[in-house]
Design a protein around this ligand. Structure first.
Ligand SMILES: [Zn+2]
Length: 417
């Protein structure tokens, strides 16, 4: 099976190289934004010119000749073309309903980057990468890459420049010997398995939220665009990055553990966006700044679950396992023993007691068991339609190679049946 994988490394550019990277990223941002304006104009004037890659890249030669944009030719031209490719893809995704309308890229935004489709060289022994137009740049080799590099992207993050290498490789998929399990996602517990194991959420986040609020308050007190304001802004960005890294580590660790142990994992087919709307009521310690806090928590939950599912599916595929989505309705209200379904069965967030047969159990475990049973029934009856089977497209995954400390994960088992 063909796998695609991403590897992320921190770059160690010298002063000249860092300046060039800034300039390249700036040029790419500029043509992306200018291309977007152009596309909007075409739409408003009904010229019928579609923002296709062909149309967009055809604009570049003229722009480069424009006396006011001569500096564009300082940038490696393939990077500019890649920006146009990104823009046309953003439009395609929008037209197909997958994403929102393309937005202008901002400096220091998440899209401050440029990409090479070819011409780069990776020298792993010398721990350096050749970037056309910039030269050999040292990088922190936190691991060796796997497969053939297809393209590389240079990205600006809060604490410096990174390179993301996308690779492709063939790998034989083994037969997984593990068992089947149902998994129920939650707030008080990150997830609960049908065999009673509960995994605590990544608590470092909560600690960081306090600090983040502090930094943001201090930022709001500073005079805008002053040097102190900029400094405070950088601090906020760095903390965001640190939180993201910690979350990624946590997700990787949990997904890895689960994919090793279980051959088939049943999970709810959650519409995460609608789901987290209810998080406000269940987030711990409500009362103080509820609106703000739950908003933050929601955003974090949002990301964590989506990324976790993506990671889990990818890890399982690599080990020959699979993740199967099942319909989420009433999984926490049905009695796994007698099948009686009632809102009354779930008496509180944590406890379940069947009103018909008196069966008692931890409510999350009941949810996970119901998910497993439902998944197995669906598999057996061949009910796995479009919703059923988790998409098995060999999607892109990024391994965080930047090498942060991994947080230990609290795994608590001991809910008896
Ligand atoms: Zn019952």
């Amino acid at each position: 099976m063909l796998f695609r994988q991403g590897f992320l490394f921190k770059l160690k550019p010298n002063g000249r190289q860092a300046r060039l990277m800034s300039r390249f990223a700036g040029c790419c941002r500029f043509v992306y934004n200018k291309g977007l304006s152009w596309a909007k104009e075409q739409y408003e004037n009904k010229t019928g010119k579609h923002p296709s890659y062909k149309n967009l890249s055809a604009l570049l030669p003229d722009w480069k000749k424009d006396p006011e944009m001569l500096w564009l030719s300082e940038c490696y031209s393939q990077c500019l073309q890649q920006s146009m490719k990104d823009l046309s893809r953003a439009y395609r995704n929008f037209f197909s309903g997958r994403t929102a309308f393309p937005v202008f890229h901002r400096k220091y935004g998440a899209n401050d980057a440029f990409r090479y489709p070819q011409g780069f060289k990776i020298d792993e022994t010398g721990k350096q990468i050749y970037l056309p137009g910039i030269g050999f740049v040292k990088y922190r080799r936190s691991r060796y890459i796997e497969g053939k590099a297809k393209n590389i992207t240079v990205i600006r993050k809060a604490d410096g420049w990174y390179v993301s290498i996308q690779t492709e490789y063939e790998k034989e998929v083994p037969v997984h010997q593990g068992d089947e399990v149902g998994i129920d996602m939650g707030v008080a517990w990150f997830c609960t398995l049908s065999d009673g194991i509960q995994i605590a959420p990544c608590n470092t986040l909560k600690k960081h939220l306090k600090k983040l609020a502090q930094l943001q308050r201090s930022l709001s007190r500073k005079e805008k665009f002053s040097s102190n304001w900029r400094k405070a802004q950088r601090e906020v960005a760095k903390l965001h990055q640190r939180i993201g890294n910690k979350r990624q580590d946590f997700i990787n660790k949990v997904a890895l553990d689960l994919s090793k142990k279980h051959a088939v994992i049943y999970r709810e087919d959650l519409r995460i966006k609608n789901m987290t709307a209810s998080a406000a009521g269940t987030v711990e310690e409500p009362g103080h700044n509820v609106g703000q806090k739950s908003g933050l928590n929601r955003a974090i939950l949002d990301q964590a679950w989506g990324k976790f599912f993506q990671r889990l599916e990818w890890k399982c595929e690599q080990r020959g396992g699979q993740v199967i989505k099942v319909a989420p309705q009433y999984t926490s209200r049905i009695c796994p023993i007698c099948g009686y379904e009632s809102k009354e069965n779930r008496r509180s967030q944590a406890s379940f007691k069947c009103m018909a047969c008196g069966y008692r159990e931890n409510a999350d475990v009941v949810g996970a068991r119901n998910i497993k049973v439902r998944g197995q029934r669906m598999s057996a009856c061949g009910e796995l339609g479009e919703v059923g089977r988790a998409q098995v497209n060999r999607r892109m995954e990024t391994v965080h190679g930047a090498g942060q400390q991994q947080e230990p994960i609290e795994v608590i088992s001991g809910v008896s049946h």
